[in-house]
Design a protein around this ligand. Structure first.
Ligand code: DXP
Ligand SMILES: NCC(=O)COP(=O)(O)O
Length: 245
């Protein structure tokens, strides 16, 4: 039996990074999102950070008004972001950690250490019709907490795998991701993965049948500078299909 379809979520944050670098009205992450969807993206991810370093509130509003594919809003676990999500009602929210000084997300969200808070936020988002995913390191303690939280989805932080300096380290991290994905699937949680995936490392992760969605942004936007966002999405989707087998 062939593995379930593997969806590609395209994160357009860093189209906004280029725009914010000059404070210009272009490039527009919403235009990029429309092109990405036309090229085959199954969903669009935007990370509305507390410091608004790239995606702005108006980007989220405009994207939700025009997107033909579901929007996944990544956000910190704050009252401000919960209120924004409940008002704008994206299809999905992915709860992620944020540290003001970080260049990018440095790890997964600590669910185990704040379970009552996570449960309350998941309930508040579900009450607004939003499906919540938890962005976590592939750590068994975090899986137990994800199960206890009642969140229907989780996204495995693939950063340690993607950033590994040596093949052996990447291979060891891959085994951790694979085992975590299988345990999460067995627990009835829909399994996604993302962070740092690119054309060179995505195929192995795509081959994990229990993972049904990959969220990829920086590598696609970087490639888009050379070939355009549509071609960059098509290339990534092809590499994912190769890995899926
Ligand atoms: C949660 C995650 O890994 C990314 O989707 C996140 O958006 C990274 O933050 P930046 O997009 O600001 O690099
Ligand atoms: N959650 C991962 C994501 O949306 C994109 O991460 P990256 O590919 O920009 O590292």
């Amino acid at each position: 039996m062939s593995p379930p379809e593997l969806r590609l979520g395209v994160n357009v944050d860093h189209v906004a990074t280029v725009r914010q670098a000059r404070g210009a009205p272009y490039p527009d992450p919403v235009e990029a999102a429309l092109i990405a969807a036309h090229a085959g993206a199954h969903s669009i991810t935007v990370h509305l950070r507390e410091d608004r370093r790239h995606i702005q509130d108006h980007d989220v509003q405009r994207l939700l008004a025009v997107s033909k594919v579901p929007v996944n809003l990544e956000m910190a676990v704050t009252d401000e972001m919960v209120a924004i999500a409940r008002r704008l009602k994206p299809a999905y929210v992915c709860l992620v950690p944020e540290k003001r000084e970080e260049r990018t997300t440095e790890g997964g969200l600590d669910i185990a250490g704040q379970l009552p808070r996570i449960r309350a936020v998941c309930d508040a988002l579900a009450d607004a019709g939003i499906v919540t995913s938890l962005f976590v390191d592939p750590d068994p303690q975090q899986l137990e907490a994800c199960i206890a939280s009642g969140a229907p989805h989780l996204e495995i932080h693939t950063g340690r795998y993607a950033d590994a300096a040596h093949f052996e380290t990447a291979a060891a991290e891959f085994v951790v991701i694979d085992q975590f994905a299988k345990l999460a699937h067995q627990a009835g949680i829909e399994v996604h993965a993302g962070h740092g995936l690119n054309l060179h490392n995505v195929a192995a992760v795509a081959g994990i049948a229990e993972i049904v969605e990959l969220n990829i942004g920086h590598a696609i936007v970087a490639r888009a500078l050379m070939v355009g966002i549509g071609e960059a999405v098509r290339e990534m989707a092809a590499e994912m299909r190769k890995g899926r087998g």
